[in-house]
Design a protein. Structure first.
Lengths: 621, 492
């Protein structure tokens, strides 16, 4: 055979060619497997389905250990569009008890990128939320007929008492702001809205768990990854014990029905809130589940704004309930002594200025002036204080001193209750009047009405109740709070640290005496219970909206007080007509557990009365 | 020619003495590696046993057994029988391919499988060794020199082209493509390298033109612009090196530089240069110049150069047309995906993307045996057949993929070595056919899996699941071993 050595060299070309190709492939493999790490992530997100396990949300108990808020299971119908295969739509609609039109509407809403920006063929979509147990049962049986659909268990709230909606709050699905502010949340999660649910969200929600499942290319679950050893168990939310007495809360809401206003009851020795009634209120169950959206819109559109927690958000003129603060300041500042008497001839009359009063003895000292709720006494007192240049130099300085005392008593700023949305009320300062009247163009007479809790002064029912608690404690208070105890955690130290007003406790005794006399022989006689020494102060606040607001502030018993209270009823007239009866019934109910037979008529009258008609608001449902 | 008995004991023992154990060892390693990979690829949670016949790896074991028997038989058959019966075997397989077209059931659009009860075979896999035998026989015929006449080329083209045609009719484009690799054999036997050069140019022009078709430079698609520049560069290089004409090369080079400078100056004078006009002018000027001066120098080579230039330009302009009209839309898509023009991760690109994720997620040492999620959870389609390399890449990482590439490279280089030590043209041609076929399978299969080639469904020899391919490649290789074992016996 002839051998062509020239051609034999071509083996190097062919060999070289395959070596070159293999070399190129090796470089490509090096790049894929060693240089680029993104493929590992892709592979994991392909193969591992991380399924969230929702923790159960913390429960709430009242101060007597009664279960108030707990969880109920709810079922959401989910589907992955890619996995859906043709199915009997009519049968599906019948199972879920929806119409064909409803079905089409839901599907088109889900596919609408504006309404559902995260729509994808490959991810879970929520078809329907909050199935009832019956619907769930029916669907569960037939689920195998609808490939691509599955059921996700969720947790909803359930309430044992139709009371305290404003305190408890509710839960809602997270919105874009929540998602942005807190990495914990994923779309579709629930978060607390309003009340304790909101302010204690971090304790109540617990920690989500994760179950890692192995998923094949068809989206079929093949089993648990690593036999479940890599799963993360959820940690249940922390249970809360509230300072609220749920029965008292419910009673307060009943007394306040058909009235606009608030009741705040505080245990003076701890600052725990016993009841926090805002009226009108709503049924907490209305904001649970599928009906939430509809009911929420109804509540928002209601002209009586039930979602507005008047007990902590509304700032009212405190009226005569403000007078004890004035007595305390005058005594502390040495403007008056127990024996200082001011004249009252049917009011405070100074030149052309007249602040009216009603018939009682004159001249009058501190204790009787509280008993009779004399306007003139406190006007004289404030005038003498603001005019006392020898002590303060200027009216402005005197006024700032006055304000400082009020702030120490909890007025003018948020008290710091553990509920969202608290209002700060209003106590003016020197600058405020300089701005309104001009510097040096105002004096005690210009602003005299603040002495009797009118004028610019505004306070929340919570602040007024806190004043009652401070007087009950003779000079200090604990920041009012609704949560008494968190399982396994300590409550915030601000709620267990007493805040002193800086006013001598002996002056408080004089105020207590005045308030006791108001109950025994003064303006609050309706509150005079047989076996309990009640102390109280009425308030009748003029306001630009119509009939006077009726207010009451008090505590009981006089020694070793157990309850301090504020009742505020909008446009209901004299403090004695609504404030005092409701306040006394609340105290009686809390301290005696029942209403004495001879006071049943009072309870009946309060339950049946309607003052909402005087407020000028027509309910639109 | 005298024929001897096929079952001669003396012959058999001498074969095992002189057989190439290196190739045999490589073969056994690859077969075992392959079946282990199939086991890993098809491993399921409720998988019974590696040897159960109902499972892929079990079935593959059965086929390996059959292949060993077939390989042994190949070794025991007298060497001269292969040469004597080369054409009849080829004829038989061609007949089988024709029959297949009519009797094969339609499986995913292709009619290439003959079904015997539970077993189905793909004749296209067996036509490979038959074609190799026929080609070897042709070359070993008396006084056959490839370059002696055009008729010899036509004979080769007939032997290679017939199975290609039949397999194309069966709609097995991938398998048909493999036969084109036999061009390497023709090259080894004297076909001018110019053909390979033209083929390389054609592939380059095609890839560049399609890949950069989306943007434009001077009103021409970037791809086309680049190719026109490349043609100019090649032409200048050809004038210098191939035509050995310094003056022509220099003048064309200077002319082009001047033209380019002019275009740049015009561009800065805010006169828009149209690319078509520019290249039209440059190419016309160059060709006219070459035509005028071609008689002064090496006439034949300058004419070839001119033909190359004209042919390239015609090819380039017809590429787009061919691409749009000659290929089916799914083929266009596969090519575009392979070239990275289109992503299409949910359609054609899904396979390649998932394959790359599988291999890429393996890292350096892989996820470990049976721990691959991409392949086991069926994200990679055909994970035990054409995409078997994914399982290796995912579970054994860079180390595993290097091992597989290394094994194949060793095998192919060893076969080339075996080819060159044959004393007969028959042995040498056959060996080169085997090497070419393995090369083509390796290049296309792994290229496809790592996204460097379009998706063309052909198996990775000895690794991919499938009886026909296992048996076909074993026969192909063992005939070579048999020829090599007795290379010293006869000399023509």
């Amino acid at each position: 055979m002839r051998k062509d050595y020239n051609l034999e060299k071509r083996k190097y070309v062919i060999g070289g060619f395959i070596i070159l190709i293999v070399f190129v492939y090796m470089i490509k493999l090096f790049e894929l497997q060693i240089c680029d790490s993104k493929y590992k992530t892709y592979a994991d997100s392909n193969a591992f389905l991380k399924k969230t396990i929702y923790p159960s949300r913390g429960l709430m108990y009242d101060r007597k250990g009664k279960l108030v808020v707990f969880n109920q299971p709810a079922y959401d119908v989910m589907f992955i569009p890619r996995d859906v295969q043709p199915f009997d739509t009519i049968d599906f609609c019948n199972t879920l008890q929806i119409t064909r039109e409803d079905f089409d509407q839901r599907i088109s809403d889900i596919k609408n990128h504006r309404k559902n920006p995260n729509y994808s063929l490959y991810t879970q979509q929520r078809f329907m939320t909050h199935l009832s147990a019956q619907d769930y049962g029916r669907l569960q049986e037939k689920l195998y007929r609808y490939p691509g659909f599955f059921i996700q268990k969720r947790i909803l709230r359930k309430y044992n008492y139709i009371a305290g909606a404003n305190i408890l709050g509710n839960i809602r699905e997270v919105n874009n702001t929540d998602l942005k502010n807190d990495e914990y949340y994923r779309r579709g999660d629930y978060t607390g809205d309003l009340g304790i649910e909101k302010s204690y969200e971090k304790y109540l929600r617990g920690t989500k768990g994760e179950e890692i499942l192995i998923r094949d290319a068809n989206g079929k679950i093949k089993g648990r990854y690593n036999d479940g050893n890599s799963d993360i168990a959820p940690i249940a939310g922390k249970d809360l014990t509230l300072g609220i007495d749920i029965e008292l809360q419910k009673y307060g809401e009943q007394l306040m029905q058909n009235k606009i206003g608030a009741i705040v009851a505080i245990e003076p020795s701890t600052g725990e809130i016993l009841a926090l009634v805002s009226s009108p209120t709503y049924n907490p169950n209305d904001l649970v589940g599928r009906a939430r959206g509809k009911n929420y819109r109804r509540l928002v559109n209601d002209k009586t704004i039930p979602l507005y927690d008047r007990a902590i958000m509304a700032a009212y003129p405190p009226g005569s309930t403000f007078k004890p603060t004035q007595g305390l300041i005058l005594r502390q500042e040495g403007i008056v002594t127990p024996h200082t008497a001011y004249p009252c001839y049917m009011g405070f009359i100074y030149g052309r200025l007249k602040v009216g009063c009603h018939g009682h003895e004159s001249p009058i000292t501190l204790v009787p002036s509280l008993r009779t709720s004399c306007n003139a006494y406190f006007c004289w007192g404030l005038k003498n204080m603001l005019d006392k240049k020898s002590k303060y130099g200027t009216t402005g300085n005197a006024f700032e001193t006055w304000k400082k005392h009020l702030v120490n008593m909890g007025y003018g700023y948020r008290l710091g209750i553990d509920l969202p949305g608290e209002s700060r009320g209003f106590i003016p300062n020197e600058k405020f009047y300089d701005k309104v009247y001009g510097q040096g163009r105002w004096n005690a007479l210009t602003i005299i009405s603040i002495a009797i809790g009118q004028g610019e002064i505004l306070a929340t029912p919570l602040q007024i109740a806190n004043l009652a608690a401070t007087i009950a404690n003779r000079g200090y208070f604990y920041t009012p709070h609704v949560v008494k105890d968190i399982v396994g955690e300590k409550i915030d130290s601000t709620y267990i640290t007493p805040r002193y007003t800086g006013i001598n406790s002996t002056y408080y005794e004089e105020i207590v005496e005045g308030m006791r006399q108001a109950v025994t022989s003064g303006t609050c006689r309706t509150a005079n219970l047989k076996n309990i020494e009640v102390c109280g102060k009425t308030g009748t606040a003029q306001n630009p909206h119509g009939k006077d607001h009726s207010a009451f502030m008090g505590f009981a018993p006089k020694d070793n007080p157990k309850i301090a209270i504020c009742v505020y009823v909008q446009n209901a007239g004299f403090g004695a007509t609504y404030g005092v009866p409701i306040g006394s019934l609340m105290m009686e109910k809390y301290l005696n557990d029942s209403i004495a037979p001879e006071r049943k008529y009072l309870e009946q009258r309060m339950l049946e009365s309607n003052t909402m008609i005087f407020s000028g608001i027509k309910r639109n449902y | 020619m005298e024929l001897r008995g096929t079952t001669n004991n003396k012959d058999a023992s001498s074969i095992f003495k002189s057989i190439d154990w290196t190739t045999l060892l490589l073969y056994f390693i690859m077969v075992v590696y392959g079946v282990v990979s199939i086991y890993a690829a098809t491993y399921d949670f409720d998988h019974a046993s590696m040897f159960s016949f109902s499972e892929f790896s079990g079935k593959q074991f059965m086929w390996i057994g059959i292949s060993f028997l077939a390989g042994l038989s190949m070794l025991l058959i007298d060497k001269r029988l292969y040469e004597a019966y080369a054409y009849p075997i080829y004829g038989l397989l061609i007949l089988l391919l024709i029959v297949t077209i009519f009797v094969a059931p339609d499986i995913n659009g292709s009619r290439s499988w003959i079904v015997f009860g539970p077993v189905s075979l793909q004749p296209a896999e067996f036509a490979k060794f038959a074609t190799a035998l026929a080609l070897a026989k042709l070359f070993s015929s008396y006084n056959f020199v490839l370059n002696k006449s055009l008729g010899n080329y036509l004979k080769c083209a007939f032997i290679i082209g017939l199975p290609i045609l039949l397999i194309l009719i069966q709609k097995e484009t991938g398998s048909a493509l493999v036969y084109f690799s036999l061009v390497f054999v023709l090259y080894r036997e004297g076909m001018t390298g110019f053909v390979l050069f033209i083929a390389a140019c054609a592939i380059t022009f095609f890839v560049v033109a399609i890949k950069f078709a989306e943007t434009t430079i001077l009103g021409i698609a970037t791809g086309m612009f680049s190719v026109l520049v490349i043609i100019l560069l090649i032409a200048i290089a050809m004038l210098f090196i191939y035509c050995k004409s310094f003056i022509l090369g220099r003048n064309v080079l200077i002319g082009n530089i001047l033209a380019a400078i002019t275009a740049v100056i015009l561009h800065f004078c805010d006169i828009q240069v149209n690319g078509y006009w520019y290249f039209g002018a440059v190419y016309s000027a160059m060709i006219i110049y070459l035509l005028v001066s071609m008689f002064k120098d090496n006439l034949k080579r300058i004419i070839i150069t001119i033909s190359f230039i004209v042919g390239s330009v015609i090819f380039l302009f017809s590429v787009n047309y061919m691409f749009e009209t000659g290929l089916k839309s799914y083929q266009q898509k596969r090519i575009k995906v392979a070239l990275g023009v289109e992503k299409d991760l949910k359609g054609v690109g899904y396979n390649v993307n998932q394959a790359k994720i599988a291999i890429g997620s393996g890292g350096f040492i892989g996820k470990g045996f049976l721990n691959g999620t991409q392949t086991k959870l069926r994200y990679v389609p055909e994970h035990h057949t054409d995409f078997i390399f994914c399982t290796i890449g995912e579970e054994q990482g860079f180390v595993g993929s290097m091992a597989v590439l290394g094994l194949f490279l060793a095998l192919i280089l060893r076969i080339i070595f075996l080819a060159e030590r044959q004393r007969t043209a028959f042995g040498r041609i056959y060996a080169y056919c085997v090497a070419s076929i393995f090369m083509m399978h390796l290049i296309i299969n792994i290229g496809m899996v790592i996204g460097l080639c379009p998706v063309i469904g052909i198996p990775l020899p000895f690794f991919s699941y499938g009886g026909s391919s296992m048996l076909g490649f074993t026969i192909l290789l063992f005939i070579l071993l048999r020829l090599d074992a007795s290379r010293r016996e006869y000399s023509y």
